[in-house]
Design a protein around this ligand. Structure first.
Ligand code: HEM
Length: 298
């Protein structure tokens, strides 16, 4: 479908210039609202997806009214009108769901260029690189590193993630009383996601201990970087070879060159292109990837 955009940062309109149909209404009309038991994937399929989503992008909001349903025409609002027969409208008096728009380069005088498209601004690194565990910047990395034997910080008593009291620090906003020390604050709130986060922290430290035993002459920095590389490679392997086929189909990933059949363990395919922009499209990172919200049970 071809879309035209009236103003660079305005919501997309159809070729006729009218507003696009309400996506929620379309989805409910086509599929209804049913719970379908998944007979071959577990909860972990959904949970891994959220780990990947948080690793790839994080958009943010600014100057957004507290309730967009009361500010329909505010430029940072995109609330969702409910049809009178919408399941939520039927169960409550709601006629609208609060929804706001995230920041794009068009909201910033410094970043905006003359392009007609608005580019969403992401706060995470675009690569699948465990940035939610290692941090997106040197200052975030400093908060999680122990700076001894290549290790990440863990709570000394229980080996769990360290806890900090809420402070003005971006890592632990005032509304939380306590937080786990995590560069990506979004990972705080979902117990199964915290467990995945913890597994990767523990795995990093397991690898670091092993590397130190094999190479006692390595510096803290070298052990840290080597362990991180192996940990990220493990994340990428599981994501591409085990998780992706479960999400978009085994045949699809091979037919479209996302994966290759590698005949023997020593063989590999090297198709990395350093000139290709790694940043995910906003349409995917902020919209299409939310597709997995339907996999959240309950
Ligand atoms: C317990 C599970 C989950 C919860 C509670 C949850 C909750 C949320 C919330 C509250 C938002 C922000 C909504 C807003 O913009 O107003 C969000 C955004 C998002 N979620 Fe989830 N989510 C979950 C699982 C997932 C999964 C499994 C995926 C993908 C596989 C996913 C992908 C996304 C994406 C791509 C965004 C937009 C990110 C951005 O704008 O930076 N989420 N989620």
């Amino acid at each position: 479908m071809v879309h035209i955009i009236s103003v660079p940062h305005a919501p997309t309109r159809s070729v006729t210039g009218s507003l696009l149909p309400n996506a929620r209404l379309l989805s409910l009309s086509l599929y209804g609202e049913r719970t379908i038991a998944d007979s071959f994937r577990t909860l972990m399929t959904m949970q891994w997806g959220q780990l990947v989503a948080h690793d790839l992008s994080q958009f943010t909001h600014q100057d957004v009214p507290a309730d967009c349903c009361r500010n329909f025409n505010h430029k940072m609002c995109y609330p969702i009108r409910l049809h009178p027969l919408d399941p939520i409208a039927l169960k409550s008096d709601e006629i609208c769901l609060n929804f706001s728009r995230s920041l794009s380069d068009k909201n910033s005088r410094h970043l905006s260029d003359n392009s007609i498209y608005a580019e969403k601004i992401s706060f995470t690194t675009a690569f699948l690189d465990l940035a939610s565990i290692y941090g997106n910047s040197v200052s975030e990395s400093k908060q999680v590193r122990l700076y001894r034997d290549g290790l990440l910080k863990v709570d000394r008593r229980k080996g769990f993630l360290p806890i900090i009291k809420s402070n003005k620090n971006f890592m632990c906003p005032a509304q939380n009383r306590y937080c786990y020390v995590m560069p990506d604050n979004r990972n705080q709130f979902i117990p199964t996601l915290i467990i995945l986060h913890r597994i990767f922290v523990k795995e990093h430290n397991r690898l670091a201990n092993l590397l130190l035993r094999l190479n006692p002459h390595y510096s803290d920095e070298r052990i840290f970087q080597e362990a991180r590389k192996i940990n990220v490679a493990q994340l990428q392997k599981i994501t591409y070879y085990d998780w992706l086929p479960l999400m978009i189909g085994h045949n699809y990933v091979y037919k479209n060159g996302l994966l290759y059949h590698v005949r023997s363990p020593g063989n590999y395919v090297s198709d990395y292109n350093e000139y290709m922009t790694a940043a995910p499209y906003a349409e995917y990172a902020a919209a299409a990837f939310r597709y997995s919200h339907h996999q959240i049970p309950g």
